[in-house]
Write a protein that binds this ligand. Structure first.
Ligand code: SAM
Length: 359
């Protein structure tokens, strides 16, 4: 059972293992970057909920090693053939390699311990806990002090990314609620450390009141978009908010207890009509009549090139296919105790009561 369901997994799952990514989510970040050029001018980054570390791997390779990882770098012609899609022409896609950047600092935070990665400071901490912020600021600058450091020194970060997800229960409303709490914590933390003009990218589950969140984000970021990378399964409610140009209103002070709640979007008379604005990049923003100023629809973008591999498509495996082990097995998985207990009780318990031996 385990084997056959594993063998049905999509091209991104297999590519991740073959190319050494710790998780298939690496492709989500790469495709978001393809669309939004997330790393332009960035040297201080915080990766929240980072374990097992595939997003940190992307950061390390692009920012520290100076690699350019476009679609032609990771796409694999074998899968393109199996999925019957046209692979990207690498000759025209590969731009020149950028130089590694100077003085890059990347901090990765997770509740779980994370195996080390070149150039990344890993912190085992809870992003919902206020003590994590000074810990993070000291990891970026050991001389940081809450009492004596300037406002600029306490807002040194160019980009905060968060792929946070609680253990999914399968109860839709509960999962969406817990995920939204994690998102608030990530946003809260971002507001406390981002410099003016900074960016925030985070996973969201699109629940029924998500437009309230967009409206609030729009009060502190000049641009707010929602994106669905090609590598994120269409069947999942997951998407990513991409917030650019951090511009809090005058006098705004991030509050750990009350993130963004103090900001109330305002209406003007112009808001009572539906209007369209076309941005510099050609994207149209639709402004609905604002009977409720707390609601705003963010532009929604599918990204990662629509002709790229489809995350919902499985394919027949090639002759002689060998399943690979995970690149980075979990260092301290929450299910370890259950496995140990099962072992102590002898395989028979596992096989009869837990239906074990799935592989
Ligand atoms: N972006 C990661 C990658 O590319 O490897 C995958 C992240 S995984 C989907 C979600 C992570 O969120 C888990 O490792 C989990 O431990 C972490 N997480 C959940 N709640 C957290 C919290 N309160 N503080 C820190 N990390 C948390």
């Amino acid at each position: 059972m385990g084997k056959s369901s594993k063998d049905k997994r999509d091209a991104y799952y297999r590519l991740a293992k073959e190319q050494g990514w710790r998780a298939r989510s690496a492709f989500k970040l790469l495709q978001l970057d393809e669309e939004f050029n997330l790393f332009e001018g960035v040297t201080r980054v915080v990766d929240l909920c980072a374990a097992p570390g595939s997003w940190s791997q992307v950061l390390s390779r692009i920012l520290i090693k100076g690699e350019r990882i476009g679609r032609a770098t990771w796409e694999d012609k074998r899968y393109a053939e199996l999925l019957k899609i046209q692979p990207q022409d690498s000759a025209h896609e590969q731009p020149p390699r950028p130089e590694p950047r100077k003085d890059v600092k990347i901090v990765a935070i997770d509740l779980q311990p994370m195996s080390p990665l070149e150039g990344i400071t890993c912190l085992k901490a809870d992003i919902t806990h206020p003590s994590t912020i000074p810990l993070l600021l000291r990891a970026l600058d050991p001389s940081y002090s809450a009492e004596t450091s300037s406002i600029e020194a306490s807002h040194p970060v160019d980009l905060v990314i968060s792929d946070g997800a609680p253990d999914v229960t399968g109860l839709h409303d509960l999962d969406i609620y817990v995920q939204s709490q994690l998102l608030w914590a990530a946003l809260n933390l971002a507001l406390c450390v981002l410099k003016l003009g900074g960016r925030f990218v985070a996973k969201i589950f699109r629940g029924k009141d998500v437009d309230i969140l967009y409206a609030q984000l729009k009060c502190v970021f000049a641009r707010v978009e929602v994106a669905k990378p090609r590598s994120s399964r269409a069947s999942s409610v997951e998407a990513f908010i991409v917030c650019t140009d951090f511009r809090p209103p005058e006098g705004f002070k991030a509050s750990l207890d009350n993130p963004l709640q103090q900001i109330k979007p305002t209406t003007s008379s112009a808001d009572s009509e539906q209007t369209r604005t076309v941005r510099d990049d050609g994207i149209t923003e639709l402004h609905l009549p604002q009977t409720d100023p707390n609601r705003w629809i963010a532009p929604f973008l599918a990204c990662g090139d629509l002709s790229a591999f489809d995350a919902d498509a499985s394919h027949k495996l090639p002759e002689g296919h060998v399943s690979l082990d995970p690149v980075q097995p979990p260092t301290a998985p929450p299910y370890r105790r259950a496995l140990e207990e099962r072992k102590k009780m002898g395989g028979a318990y596992g096989k009869t009561k837990l239906g074990g031996g799935g592989g």
